[in-house]
Design a protein around this ligand. Structure first.
Ligand SMILES: [Zn+2]
Length: 295
């Protein structure tokens, strides 16, 4: 089996995208891997800083190892939206395969310096997976919102978008494997329909070497045709969090309402997990990530 770098390179070449799904509970993590196994898709599990505080760093790594053994598909664990160099080093030390160092809120030079430090730190250690190097993602541009259904309209400004020339400079100086870009996407599900700037994706893609894969965060709530256009323009990895959170919690609410006397959590969970799996399946099909575990 192959590493994340090769899988992303193949996705980019063949114009499909890998899915990245967040979890904070065992059932959610297993749901992501079970659907990936069913569709023969690589599984990328993500934990934000809040999610991994809840799961535990060592526990998340142990889960990944167990899934690899039990499911025999490529399973990768990403430290999503890591907002400090210290937190990123902790995830590397714990055995994560992939780090998203997100210093995009800092001034450009500080973003470059911190991201570069993590790339160099990651290069010093092999992951446990076929001794593949740790894959590092940087972020440039301002991504608004958080992973929930937004209650008010969030205005996306053009000046927040990733600038192609600055992106080229950023990847050259940091040496990142992946780049998260801001092109009209916002975290969470927005009130109005999001409009991705597909031309901007093409412009950044043209400015940045092909060896760097592009990541679209905040894939929830974006219409299917825009997702397809974004993949065609060069996106190789798409993050979904809010859509599966909503499915899981709505499934759980329904289960609680249908069986008010039920106290076995695993029985209540089953409905939530099924609702979440339906969403993951539809997303992986939309991304074209079916039958893609062999390189
Ligand atoms: Zn994100």
């Amino acid at each position: 089996m192959t590493g994340l770098k090769e899988i992303l390179a193949r996705a980019q070449r063949e114009k499909w995208a890998t899915g990245h799904f967040n979890f904070s509970e065992l059932d959610q993590a297993r749901a992501i891997v079970e659907v990936s196994k069913e569709l023969e898709s690589p599984a990328i599990l993500g934990t934000s800083e809040g999610e991994r505080k809840h799961v535990g760093l060592s526990e998340a790594v142990a889960l990944r190892d167990a899934f690899r053994k039990d499911f025999a598909i490529p399973v990768f664990l990403n430290a999503d939206h890591t907002k400090s160099v210290e937190a990123a080093k902790k995830a590397i030390d714990a055995g994560y395969d992939s780090i998203h160092i997100d210093l995009s809120a800092l001034p450009f030079e500080e973003n470059v310096a911190g991201t570069k430090e993590i790339v160099e730190y990651a290069r010093l250690q092999p992951t446990t997976y076929n001794l593949q190097p740790i894959n590092v993602e940087g972020e440039l541009g301002y991504l608004r919102g958080e992973s929930k259904i937004q209650q008010e309209k969030i205005e996306v400004k053009k000046e927040d978008y990733t600038d192609p020339a600055q992106a080229a400079d950023f990847v050259r100086r940091t040496g990142v494997d992946r780049l998260a870009i801001a092109v009209g996407n916002i975290h969470g599900i927005s009130l109005d329909e999001p409009a991705l700037d597909i031309d901007r994706i093409r412009a950044i893609r043209a400015a940045v070497p092909e060896s760097v894969a592009f990541v679209l965060h905040a894939g929830s709530g974006i219409p299917d045709e825009q997702i397809r256009a974004a993949i065609d323009a060069g996106i190789a990895n798409i993050h979904i969090n809010t859509d599966i959170r909503v499915a899981f919690v709505e499934g759980l609410r329904k289960a609680l309402a249908d069986a008010p006397d039920e106290t076995a959590m695993y029985k209540l969970d089953a409905h939530a997990v099924q609702a979440m799996k339906d969403v993951i399946k539809a997303k992986l099909q939309l991304f074209g990530s079916v039958n893609k575990i062999q390189i």
